[in-house]
Design a protein around this ligand. Structure first.
Ligand code: ZN
Length: 204
């Protein structure tokens, strides 16, 4: 149930998790130009350029993906200084894996590179607003900063209806198009009890 509850809540963007629409970043940074000193201005301009370059790179990955016959989506994960840790594109049709979205692939690559399932303090850049699955993965990976470029509406306009799933999540379970029913058994909670009692467990 924890998973389902989390997925139900993913539209309520946590205040500690920053999801930037790229034009908003530009607007806010422009608004702040007058109240920071010159050095900070230079840093902001440098960061702004790095962010712009990384978003452009996600689009290059998306174009590469289309050429390969995969979906038009690219993703990059960097450290807090914008050094690239992982980059990937959509590989659903290549791998026959409906979960092989660009963000999922990049998260897996970054975790493998760092030998860690926790990507806190890392930054994710994606060519398009994350779908609910990828947004959930971003939360599970503890990533706090996300920059995206195209919107879910842009994606819907070319046939990728992420927006449909977002709308489904706003409905009560019984009103969704998915047939999902709760079934319990005598040992339903055994593994949960085992987990609760386990010493030295690696929590995530
Ligand atoms: Zn996705």
């Amino acid at each position: 149930m924890e998973n389902i509850n989390n997925i139900n809540n993913i539209n309520n963007i946590n205040n500690t998790q920053n999801l930037y629409y790229f034009e908003e970043v530009n607007k806010n940074q422009n608004k702040n130009q007058n109240i920071v000193n010159k050095l900070q201005n230079n840093d902001n301009i440098n960061n702004k350029q790095k962010i712009q370059d990384l978003i452009a790179k996600t689009h290059e990955l998306a174009e590469e993906s289309v050429v390969k016959g995969c979906g038009p989506f690219g993703c990059i994960i960097t450290d807090e200084n914008f050094n690239i840790l992982a980059l990937n594109h959509n590989r659903v049709t290549e791998l026959n894996d409906p979960t092989a979205h660009a963000e999922i692939n990049a998260i897996r690559d970054a975790c493998k590179a760092l030998n860690n399932f926790n990507l806190s303090n890392k930054i994710l850049f994606t060519s398009c607003e994350p779908c609910p699955m990828c947004l959930s993965a971003i939360y599970w990976a503890k990533i706090k900063d996300v920059y995206y470029s195209n919107t879910r509406i842009d994606a819907r306009n070319i046939g990728f209806d992420d927006d449909f799933i977002y709308c489904e999540l706003e409905k009560q379970i019984e009103d969704r198009s998915l047939n999902i029913k709760r079934v319990s058994s005598d040992n339903s909670l055994t593994s949960f009890e085992m987990w609760k009692l386990k010493d030295n467990k690696l929590s995530y």
